[in-house]
Structures are given as C-alpha cells and as structure tokens.
Design a protein around this ligand. Structure first.
Ligand code: GAR
Length: 192
C-alpha cells in the first residue's frame, strides 16, 4: 500500500508513522512521499532522516482550503505517486470535491478530539475549555463535510483535574502517535 502524507506542522504524527514503518509495525504500508503546504514545516525534515522524498508544494492562492490552482498542483503531484492511501497528518486545509473525487475513499484524516465533538480548529483546546472529562483523537475518512466523514477508529484520553492545556495536549498527541500508525497498518492488511 503506497502512502502519501500531507502535513502543515511539526510532523510528530508523520514521524510516528515512519518509526512504525522502520520497526515493521506498518503492515503492508509504505510511505512514498511527504508533501507540505508550509515551506518551513518541521515535517519536511523527516524526509532526509527516514529516506523518504519530502517537498513543499505550493497550495496558493487560498490560505485555509485547497482549491483552484493549488488543488490542481496537489492532484497532479499526488497522482504521480500512484497512492493507495493519502494520510492527512496535521494538514490544515479543507479539501474540496474535485480532490476528494479524484482520490475517492483513499483519504484519511487525524483529528485531536473524539468526533463528532469538537470539530474544526483547536480540538484539544475546545475540549479542555468545555470541561469534558474524556476526550481523545479520531481517524476518519475525509468527505466534503469538514471532520464529518465516517469514523475508522478512536482513542480516548481522560482529562484529570490536574491537567493543564499543555499536559492534555501531550496526552492527546501520545494517543495519536499510537492510533494513526495502527489504523494505517490495519487498512493495509485489509487491502491485502
Ligand atoms: C495533530 O494533533 C492533529 O490531530 C491535528 O494537528 C496536529 C498535527 O501535529 N490536526 C488537526 O487539527 C486537523 N483538523 P503534528 O504536525 O505534530 O503531526
């Protein structure tokens, strides 16, 4: 299973995927390319470290969605990778129907809350401020409804009275780092 990772940030989840692959814990999946819409994103440093091509790919003209010329650039570059699975690991743009139609059923996203609670930006902060006692993370199929696609799997994280936003974020990220590689491995085995 050929996997393309898209990310905008530090890339700790992409790193967890690549560590799992090195350790033989990613099933039949193999990361073939990383793309980032941010030229200085930490996720791009993983390329040389793990021997995977990693490149900035301009998503202009829009800032929070992948549309127009930027979308066309992404579709062309990702098609050239012949991916079986596209993993959004902190890719902070909304994907539109042309992209999702081209890669139908092959795009999954990681979100830092137990969807359908706390979709959108800052899922960890939203849960913390709301005062829920259990939050977590979700991996789901991507559809045009933001954070609304079918849920593949989730992991729960308890919010203790002593937690701060920082300690909670660390716990949610640790849960993500376990969940996302496990889901990819399972999908790859299921795809045979
Ligand atoms: C992760 O916590 C992921 O759940 C979140 O961005 C972070 C990326 O961290 N994604 C979203 O909020 C998507 N709406 P990373 O760059 O260290 O993997």
């Amino acid at each position: 299973m050929r996997v393309v990772i898209l990310g905008s940030g530090r890339g700790s989840n992409a790193e967890a995927i690549l560590v799992a692959q090195q350790a033989g814990r990613l099933g039949r999946a193999q990361v073939v390319q990383i793309f980032s819409d941010q030229p200085g994103a930490g996720i791009l440093n993983l390329g040389p470290r793990f021997g995977v091509p990693a490149a900035f790919l301009d998503a202009a003209p829009f800032k929070t969605k992948l549309d127009g010329e930027g979308e066309q650039r992404y579709v062309a570059a990702i098609e050239a990778c012949a991916p079986d699975l596209i993993v959004l690991a902190g890719f902070m743009r909304v994907l539109k129907p042309p992209f999702l139609g081209r890669f139908a059923g092959r795009v999954i996203n990681l979100h830092p809350s137990l969807l359908p609670s706390f979709p959108g930006l800052d899922g960890i902060g939203q849960a913390f401020r709301r005062g829920v006692k259990i939050t977590g993370c979700t991996v789901h199929h991507v559809t045009p409804e933001v954070d609304g696609g079918p849920i593949i799997d989730q992991a729960a994280v308890r919010i203790e009275p002593t937690d701060t936003l920082e300690t909670l974020a660390a716990k949610v990220h640790a849960a993500e780092h376990a969940l996302l590689p496990a889901v990819i491995a399972r999908l790859s085995e299921a795809a045979g």
